[in-house]
Design a binder for this molecule. Structure first.
Ligand code: GRF
Length: 206
């Protein structure tokens, strides 16, 4: 059983998808904690409902980013997790944290990377006029949404879409892709070759 911890800043529907998948036996893992920068995040309610420990590191209580990041890092380390999942965590993590958990931190992004990195990805896709968009689960590196891609899924962009409709269609795919990526990680089925993530790579001599 792997130990996973989740970082979330808000609604937490992706966190819920993970909770449900673990409960249903689809992921060989235990969720050892939720870490949030936002004391008002609905994700906290979701965690408490199922007895997952919550660590709040309230960004507004710190004088500057460095102090916040040190506190966040300490909380993350104390969870002793094998994998950290950014599920709607809305702050950029500093290089210290990214390096500390290199290869064992993943993020979900609501666009087909490398298109539309950063905030408001669905709005960016609509404004650009693409006909398909989707979601991406990727390892976190020091760039903004630039790490090696684990899983992607696409959805059509319809003429009748506004940001909310497109976001909802993408979200349904996020709720499928994030548990899948976490499952593959926890089953030890992901290997990194250069910046390509490959599945079920045969070991030497196999
Ligand atoms: C998702 O669209 C995720 O891809 C993005 O922020 C949103 C979070 O939604 N990073 P939720 O908090 O998981 O419901």
């Amino acid at each position: 059983m792997k130990r996973i911890a989740v970082l979330a800043s808000g609604r937490g529907s992706n966190f819920q998808a993970l909770i449900d998948a673990i409960r249903d036996g689809q992921i060989p893992a235990v969720c050892v904690g939720l870490v949030t920068d936002n004391p008002a995040a609905y994700a906290i309610t979701r965690a408490r409902e199922v007895g997952i420990p919550v660590r709040v590191v309230d960004y507004t209580l710190f004088p500057e980013k460095g102090a916040f990041e040190s506190a966040l890092l300490a909380e993350m380390k104390s969870l002793d997790a094998d994998l950290f999942v950014l599920a709607g965590y809305m702050r950029i993590l500093g290089p210290g944290i990214v390096r500390e958990f290199s290869g064992r931190m993943i993020n979900i992004h609501p666009a087909l990377l490398p298109s539309f990195a950063g905030l408001h990805a669905q709005r960016q896709a609509l404004e650009y006029g693409v006909k398909v968009s989707g979601c991406t689960v990727h390892f976190v590196d020091e760039g903004m949404d630039t790490g090696p891609i684990i899983v992607q899924a696409c959805v059509p962009v319809l003429d009748s879409d506004d940001e909310e409709r497109l976001a909802d269609r993408i979200l349904a795919e996020e709720h499928r892709c994030l548990p899948l990526a976490v499952r593959l990680y926890c089953e030890g089925r992901l290997a990194l070759i250069g910046r390509r993530v490959v599945l079920d790579k045969a070991g030497p001599g196999a």
